[in-house]
Each structure stands twice: as structure tokens, then as C-alpha cells.
Design a protein around this ligand. Structure first.
Ligand code: HEC
Length: 210
């Protein structure tokens, strides 16, 4: 009899929670523009932490840290991750700040306190119901790439202005932007359509020899 009452109480609690959740969604809407509340953020991070097996969280980075590994991570980051996270990892990009949850500032202790294994698992498997995609295939070579990204994430709080400049040249650009850049370079080098058509380009088109 007592057991029945407990099950009934639990069911009632579940129904009340579900109805409250639906009512909350109706009142607040589903806009991604809002900032998650502190409670939502804490709950989501705790659930994510609990959902990553302890053995995965304890994994140690098998790729030795050196300049080549860091450069590998840096290139990969600029090419695939900076779109949301920014070259500096602060998440201050058009996409990053308009997602729900937002792309976090990964230079702070919030990210830096996660273990290497937890970072690896998040990159490899992504995070369900967020904008964070799963990146790693199961091949070992892909795992090495992911571990290099973990090295780069550890380095994020120390990126320099020169480094960020170098990364900008590795960020993906659209074919239209590439054509514009090429046209500008050709113009500055005096190899644009005008000069290649045999006409002499005005001297301002040419780069002075150094
Ligand atoms: C489409 C946008 C998007 C792209 C591209 C993206 N991420 Fe994310 N990432 C997110 C969002 C949103 C979160 C926050 C997820 C959460 O709150 O659980 C996140 C979270 C993370 C986290 C957890 C950090 C923390 O403190 O919670 C790591 C690590 C991470 N991303 C690494 C990467 C790497 C490495 C790449 C590139 C290979 C990448 N991300 C590409 C959107 C993106």
C-alpha cells in the first residue's frame, strides 16, 4: 500500500514537472537569443559531466606537447572551430554569441578546469541539444588530431596578437572573398587584367621594388 502511494507521488511529481516545463517554454518562448539562467547552466554542465564516463574523463593526452603538435591544433582550430569559438577561444563571434547555450569563453577556468579527457570526449562526441557538433571519427589518426586540439585549448589563455594574426590567414573564406583577395593582390602586383592585356598599368598599380 505504502509502495503504491510512493509510485503515485513520483508520477504526480513527474506530471507537475512536465506541465511546469511546458508552461515555462510557452511563457518564455524558444528564442536562442536569451542567456541561460545560472541554474540552467549549472544543471546542463553537471548533467554533461555525469554523462561522460569516468574512464573517459581520466584519459591522458597521448600526443606529446611540442610546437608541431600545437601548430597542428592551431591550424585545425582556425579552420573548423573559430567560426563559433573565435581564434582566441572567447566565443565572441556572430554564431557563438547567438547560440543557446552560447559558445563559452574557453580561456577561463570554467573550461580550463575540465580534464584533458573531458575536453577530448566533448570534441569527439559533441554535446546533444547544443550547437557543439561531434568531430572525431573512430580512426586513430582522427583521435590524434583531437588530442592536438586539446593541447591548443590549454594554450588559449596565452595566445599572442601575432599568433591571432597568423590564424586569421587560416580561417576559411568563401570563394567570392577569395576571388576579391586575388583581384586585390593582382592589382597591387600589377598583374591584373589591364596589365595582362598588354596595356601598361598606371604606376600606382605596381608595387615598388623594395
Ligand atoms: C557550430 C558552432 C560550434 C563549432 C563549429 C564548434 N563548437 Fe565547440 N561548442 C559550441 C557550443 C555552443 C558549446 C557549448 C556547449 C555546452 O554548453 O555544453 C561548445 C563547447 C565546446 C567545448 C566545451 C567547453 C566548455 O567549457 O563547456 C569544447 C572543448 C569545444 N566546444 C571544442 C570545440 C572544438 C575543438 C571545435 C572544432 C573542432 C568546436 N568546438 C567547434 C559550438 C561550436
Amino acid at each position: 500500500m505504502r509502495r503504491h502511494a510512493e509510485v503515485l507521488g513520483l508520477l504526480l511529481l513527474l506530471v507537475i514537472s512536465a506541465v511546469s516545463f511546458i508552461a515555462w517554454i510557452i511563457v518564455h518562448g524558444v528564442s536562442a537569443r536569451d542567456q541561460p539562467t545560472a541554474v540552467e547552466a549549472l544543471l546542463a554542465r553537471s548533467l554533461r559531466h555525469a554523462a561522460i564516463p569516468r574512464s573517459d574523463r581520466a584519459l591522458v593526452n597521448p600526443v606529446p606537447f611540442n610546437e608541431a603538435a600545437l601548430e597542428g591544433g592551431r591550424m585545425h582550430w582556425a579552420d573548423h572551430c573559430a567560426l563559433c569559438h573565435g581564434n582566441d577561444g572567447k566565443g565572441n563571434t556572430e554564431i557563438g554569441r547567438n547560440l543557446f547555450p552560447k559558445a563559452p569563453d574557453m580561456t577561463t577556468s570554467v573550461t580550463q578546469n575540465l580534464s584533458d579527457g573531458e575536453l577530448f570526449s566533448i570534441i569527439k562526441n559533441g554535446v546533444r541539444l547544443t550547437g557543439m557538433p561531434a568531430w572525431g571519427a573512430s580512426s586513430h589518426a582522427e583521435d590524434d588530431q583531437t588530442w592536438k586540439l586539446v593541447h591548443f585549448i590549454r594554450h588559449l589563455p596565452r595566445t599572442t596578437a601575432d599568433e591571432l594574426d597568423h590564424m586569421r590567414s587560416m580561417n576559411p573564406t568563401s570563394p567570392m572573398k577569395q576571388r576579391e583577395t586575388k583581384a586585390e593582390d593582382d592589382f597591387l602586383n600589377g598583374t591584373d587584367a589591364l596589365s595582362s592585356a598588354g596595356e601598361s598599368a598606371p604606376s600606382t598599380h605596381r608595387k615598388e621594388p623594395r
